[in-house]
Design a protein around this ligand. Structure first.
Ligand SMILES: [Zn+2]
Ligand SMILES: [Zn+2]
Ligand SMILES: [Zn+2]
Length: 221
């Protein structure tokens, strides 16, 4: 699908901003020039859409093969690999939203229904915004900033599914340069290198698993 790039106003520094509403990505350079194509690096996932109102989803697995090297997970839906996006009413959800809900659940964040006052679509927070409550949200559908009444965190997936808390065993696992993360969204399980642990020993530091993954995925929004 081709980009649809729109002017969305100026930054505080006076730079003109453009946004692609097809691929949920910005489309301007540091001087404020409009780009021919937006900055989304996985445009193909928007071509393959699964309507989750018509297709019942019983199982969602997100697997980061080695999260230390690659922060794009493989997604398994009902046991089959799925390289695309999920469609539900006006929501279009991708691997970034799965990462976002994983981070929110790891950090025990209450998720709210947040709506963009500009375009009226619902809002999901990913990356560092999935565990940092905030009042000014960036709508990923229209690219505009909007203000909520209070600091909160939104999730469209939590509006659609009853996503359980993640349960951990009190256990430490040493990580060197390989870290496979498997998250089952509807079961609420999370495995690190096939083990259920709440802490990792990484570069000689004992780190809580929520902190560890939050830091790695902070820029995935
Ligand atoms: Zn685009
Ligand atoms: Zn919007
Ligand atoms: Zn937000």
């Amino acid at each position: 699908m081709k980009c649809n790039i729109e002017y969305i106003g100026k930054s505080r520094q006076g730079i003109t901003k453009y946004y692609c509403t097809v691929h949920k990505s910005f489309a301007y350079d540091k001087f404020g020039n409009k780009l021919d194509e937006c900055l989304c690096s996985n445009k193909e996932i928007y071509d393959n859409r699964l309507n989750i109102k018509q297709n019942e989803i019983k199982d969602v697995n997100i697997k980061y093969e080695n999260i230390l090297e690659n922060v794009i997970p493989r997604i398994m839906i009902n046991g089959k690999e799925f390289n695309g996006s999920l469609e539900y009413d006006n929501s279009l959800l991708t691997y970034k939203d799965f990462g976002g809900i994983m981070l929110a659940k790891l950090n025990n964040i209450p998720l709210e229904i947040v709506k963009c006052s500009h375009c009226g679509r619902y809002h999901s927070d990913n990356g560092r915004f999935a565990y940092t409550p905030h009042r000014t949200h960036l709508c990923l559908y229209c690219g505009h900033l909007f203000r909520a009444k209070e600091k909160d965190i939104g999730s469209e997936l939590a509006m659609i599914y009853n996503v359980p808390e993640v349960k951990f065993e009190d256990k430490l696992l040493k990580i060197d340069n390989y870290c496979c993360v498997e998250y089952n969204m509807l079961k609420g399980t999370l495995l690190i290198n096939n083990e259920n642990v709440n802490r990792v020993l990484f570069k000689d530091k004992d780190i809580n698993i929520a902190k560890f993954l939050s830091h790695i995925l902070e820029n995935e929004f």
